[in-house]
Design a protein around this ligand. Sequence first.
Ligand SMILES: [Zn+2]
Length: 591
Amino acid sequence: MDLFNFIKQNVDITSVIGEYTSLKKAGSLYWKGRCPFHHENTPSFSVSPHKNIFYCFGCHENGDVINFIEKIEHLSAFEAAQHLAERFNLEIPKEVQSSTMHHAVDKSHYRLCHIVAQWCNDMLLKSPQAVQYIKNRSISPATSGQFILGFFPSGPRGIEQLLAYVSNQGFSSRNLIEEHIIFQGNNGLYSPFEDRIIFPIKDHLGQTCGFGGRIFLPHDTRPKYYNSMETAHFKKGKLLFGFDLAKQEIHKQKSAFLVEGYTDCIAMHQHGFKNVVATLGTACSPEHLQQLAKHAQTMYLLYDADAAGKQAILRLTSSCWQLDLDLKVITLPAGQDPASLLEQGKSLTPYVTSAIDIFSFFLQARGDGFGQESMKSQMTTIQELFELISQVSDSLKQNILLMKTAETLQIPLEIIKKEYTNRHAITQKNNKADTELSSNQLNGNEPEKITHDKLEEQIVASIIHDPSLLTEQYETLLLACLSQNALKIVKKIIDYKKTHGSLSVENMSDVLNAQEIEQTKGLLFTIESANIQLTFENLMLQFQKKYWKSIASHIKMKMAQAKKDNDLEEIQRLMDVFEKLKLELCKKGRL
Ligand SMILES: [Zn+2]
């Protein structure tokens, strides 16, 4: 057995996925929840423990438990398997281990970073000044240990000690230079981390991948922070400080706090806010938000209330709306950050409870003094807001946002709506077309063929599940009316049955290509095997009713062709089919 099969057999897919989204049992065969890969309000994500697969009807992500971890944690298949083995403490049998040796990933980068972090942590305790700094920041020894805070001593002696420490564990000065931890200067080896407090930075899996170093000695005039250089393992635009520790709590509370500094994050952690992360001195990127949005519905921003901080928050607005992430802004007193408030023994809770949503914040920031502004700048503000609102896909949400705009800017709602409609006529037109379509369907005037149809999907799924359901009579019916994609699949099944006699789910891969199997895999979730015959008959009856007109015209067309060809046998067959279909519909009183 290889590692992948071993993992799949020993790990329960519902408990793995359950750590990323809440799953509820739906029917006897599968579990349902909100998709962790795209944002949705109604659950369309299914997991089948029997088939050991997942499928999302919204974004069509699918696969087995290893694919799930690959996709959600951005790992290779082998790394995903390794991660699951570690996560579930699986003892991997020797023969399984040796079969996958060639996949082994080079983890030496993380190992070296981890060793350097430990060394810096040892050095911290040997520096009274560094210990005093940690104490002054009110960071407890336990918290300092949890984040493995450290100190990088200065001078050649420090570098020598580090070299001795890493060489004991199989690394050399060359490795440290390659990882940009030390550098070769004119006067020997040195490190930009010297005389700094060291904050080891871990990735989302808890692997140490780089460092942040902060000056703390009086009269140190260097830049306040020095962070590791960008490498393949260390990307500031993707990493969030503290994410490995906060991830589970963020998932549990469905919310996250985003702060600007390492010490803010650490201080909040120490004071019981376990769902806190910090960016690495960079702006919050769409990638950061995407990671958080996988676990959280609400994000609390604790940024400096200065002008730069305000700008940073405004820039995040549209990204968050697109991800369906509720942004709430917490405003702290001027000149304060979370760490400084907590150091003074003050509580953050009142500020958290008075957090405002990002839209109100935007309007406050833009709308302050709106009445006194010139007409031109008023128009610019409104235009900016409209731009943002137009990026929201949900029309109800758009309307709510327009209402808020009207309220805050004190402009009558009708005027705001009219202006918005004029400026975004195209979006509006599209929405109108959608509404007209659905009201036509409700009135029974549905178009003859619609490409994406629930009924059709269920019929195809049933046939794949049990190809024997497909009788000749149904064949004619489906061939006449199915839409392109479904038709292609059904045709293949019919052809196969003609040449091979029978078909089972197991040999579906002989019939359908990989892409078609991908397309239809999820459909299997929609059907329960019990009563499939009865369900199928009902589905077909609905289908017949819905498409009766086009069925009739299709059969007539075929009939005309058969008459032209003088094919009496075909004429007879078509008449039989037509009669049977009509009879069936009459019998059930539907025609
Ligand atoms: Zn999805």
